[in-house]
Design a protein around this ligand. Sequence first.
Ligand code: MUC
Ligand code: MG
Length: 376
Amino acid sequence: MIKSVETLIVDVPTIRPHKLSVATMNAQALVLVRILCDDGIEGWGEATTIGGLNYGEESPESIKTNIDTYMAPLIVGMKAEQVAKAMNKLRTTIQGNRFAKCAIETALLDAQGKRLGVPVSELLGGRVRDELPVAWTLASGDTKKDIAEAEKMISLRRHNIFKLKIGLRSVEADVEHVLAIKRALGSDISVRVDVNQAWSELNAVKGIAALQAGGIDLIEQPVKASYKASMARLTNQFDVAIMADEALHGPNDALELANKFAADVFAVKINQSGGLFPAIQVATIAELSGISLYGGTMLEGAVGTAASAHVFSTFSDLAFGTELFGPLLLTEEILTEPLIYKNFSLQVPKGPGLGIQLDVEKINYLKRQQGHSDQV
Ligand code: MUC
Ligand code: MG
């Protein structure tokens, strides 16, 4: 039986300012969910947003409040091993709030995996890979610093795929910045861009043409999420892969984008999809439509990153790899044993449940006190 659902917000500074077109992050707020069951098993889940409400329509505070006030009372007392039944109750009773639902589904699956002695990946149908290629995002806002950061990552054998955040400056300035980095890193290194919806279609045509000519591999969410026709025209017009991210809020969006031929690649995110199973549905729609897959992140900490890794490990084709670097952007470790990054990859944890152990003392120390609501 589900005995309690507890939520806490943990604020962790980033290792450097992380500059996107929609926000500059100096810290990340991890919303952690701990579900205690009457058999003594506990499960952990996580939700994160980017820049409070700058990126999406849920904030860390809304996630916490909505779980505490509306979601927890619905599932406390239900059978903890009936994960699908508990999630069905939440999904049919509560509108929206995909991130909050994802955090709860993660915690229930973590507990169920521990109960059965199997990794979450096996509860999702089974893994086909034990490691996932991991891109790093260069987002210091400075070309020289970004090149130095990339070179360091390559020499550490941590990352050989780089995503650049653009869209704040003029198209010309952004193209110059990206191509300078591409030239410095050379043809063996994959360089991609994420515009986070900042361009008009006209700017996108101009920018993508120049980036494609300069050898950039992937263009993520160049225009507004709602501009599906525009995404379709760009996908049709250019050879370089166009990826949907903010346009993809779960299986219904996936179906619409696939039907409109509005992306070559889907950035699958567990929080944005509304949970681990909905993320798998997004991937299934992609596979059935000939759309390639990329494992995305909401810059989750270790819990959400491990959960995402279990999901992505089940994808038979992961043509564009993943960007599961969230914990590496943070200054504090919240696990007793950190996730393992080596050989340009993240190892998918093998233990029961999420396969991670939280450092509860550290989490209690970092936990946001009630009443404090600093913006990230
Ligand atoms: C996004 O838009 O993809 C993922 C990596 C990163 O640096 O920001 C996120 C969000
Ligand atoms: Mg993105």
